[in-house]
Design a protein around this ligand. Structure first.
Ligand SMILES: [Zn+2]
Length: 378
């Protein structure tokens, strides 16, 4: 039935649990997403396989997934609750999404609706209790994540340390020269034994690696890790670059790996740390480039009050994601009256590769692949 009271259906859905409702209504979402809410899976709408953490997942922070039923795809957008998720997935309007969930819960008439309202009232305290338990668990988990981040960071060494050879070999293989620039040692360091787990939580081994501090407005949020071998190659793990889990009361949006003064008149940004350092190397270290870690964070980059111009050094991805993020950032900046310019890598994407970035330009073309400084900031 259309035009059911959304609040009645929403409360009934909370009691039943959005997890079981959505699993029954949405066979197009991979079961693995339900097994562990928060795990990334292939997006059920745009379909491309996940790339370095991209893709679809259910939301399970602050509010439990079973209670809200929300999800997010890094490409398609954020769907804060089960109704919004169904509207997107089934291409239906709000009233139809409510009717669909109502039908699944056996609420199909005004009589059903009244009966359900009574049940909702009776079960309110049970729901409150469940929410308190979730919040208690989350508080404990946040405490653990904080101490784990501090622990990892306390075990790091500067990249100049004798033991940091794997990091220096890796950076040399990427033709990066500026890793010892002033201030870098406080933000980017070496860890001799980083434990790696894949997305299913399976232990993959311990590896040396580079650890970078992600901050937002000067406040540390999390750590980004690059897993390597002793010889300075990418470690043989599912994903050799991973962000550490961080407490749910911290916000990473708008953050990045910030070395030096972010609030300059002209600011350069890009996605990855190697890309930033490759651009600095290619531009004879005359500019600072701030990596935001990934496309989603690039999109949400927020400059300081003194910035008048942002140069966005984009990744060229076959999926178009890098350019899309750069365009979105440019649009946001122009809205604020800040000039923005997008720099695309001059190389084509090689057959079989998923993307090309400014680090590839440095490796293949050297400094010749980079614009003259005058042109870059004119
Ligand atoms: Zn999607």
């Amino acid at each position: 039935m259309r035009n059911l009271k959304a609040e009645v259906v929403r409360n009934a859905a909370k009691q039943k649990g959005w997890d079981s409702i959505l699993q029954s209504l949405c066979p197009e979402i991979e079961t693995r997403a339900f097994d562990k809410p928060g795990r990334h899976v292939r997006c059920p709408v745009h379909g491309k396989p996940s790339r370095g953490g991209d893709g679809f997942r259910f939301l399970n922070k602050k509010i439990p997934f079973a209670e809200a039923g929300g999800g997010v795809c890094n490409t398609c957008g954020l769907f804060p609750d089960g109704f919004a998720l169904l509207q997107w997935l089934k291409r239906i309007d709000f009233a139809d999404a409510v009717a669909l969930v109502g039908d699944e819960l056996g609420i199909r008439s005004t009589d059903d609706e009244h009966a359900q309202e009574r049940i909702n009232r009776e079960n309110k305290s049970k729901l409150d209790e469940r929410r308190r338990e979730f919040e208690e668990k989350e508080r404990a988990s946040n405490l653990y994540l904080r101490s784990r981040l501090n622990q990892i960071w306390s075990e790091t060494l500067p990249l100049t340390h004798t033991d940091a050879e794997p990091a220096r070999l890796y950076l040399a293989s990427r033709k990066i020269l500026c890793w010892d620039k002033p201030g870098a040692a406080r933000v980017v360091r070496f860890h001799p034994r980083l434990a790696s787990y894949n997305e299913d939580g399976e232990f993959e081994g311990e590896f040396p690696g580079i650890v970078a501090k992600v901050t937002r407005e000067g406040v540390p949020i999390t750590l980004h890790r690059y897993f390597l071998t002793d010889k300075g190659l990418k470690a043989p793990v599912e994903s050799s670059k991973k962000m550490c889990s961080y407490p749910t009361d911290r916000l990473v949006t708008g953050g990045g790996i910030i070395i030096g003064n972010l609030d300059a008149e002209v600011v350069h940004v890009c996605e990855g740390l190697e890309t930033a350092w490759a651009i600095e190397t290619g531009m004879d270290q005359e500019i600072d480039v701030f990596p935001t870690v990934n496309a989603t964070l690039l999109e949400s980059f927020t400059p300081g009050p003194n910035t008048k111009m942002v140069v966005i050094w984009a990744d060229k991805d076959r999926s178009g994601r890098g350019e899309e993020a750069a365009l979105e950032l440019k649009r946001r900046l122009w809205e604020k009256g800040i000039k923005a310019q997008i720099m695309m890598p001059s190389l084509p994407i090689a057959d079989g590769d998923k993307s090309v970035d400014w680090n590839d330009v440095l490796i293949q073309l050297g400094r010749m692949g980079f614009p003259k400084r005058r042109r870059a900031v004119a």
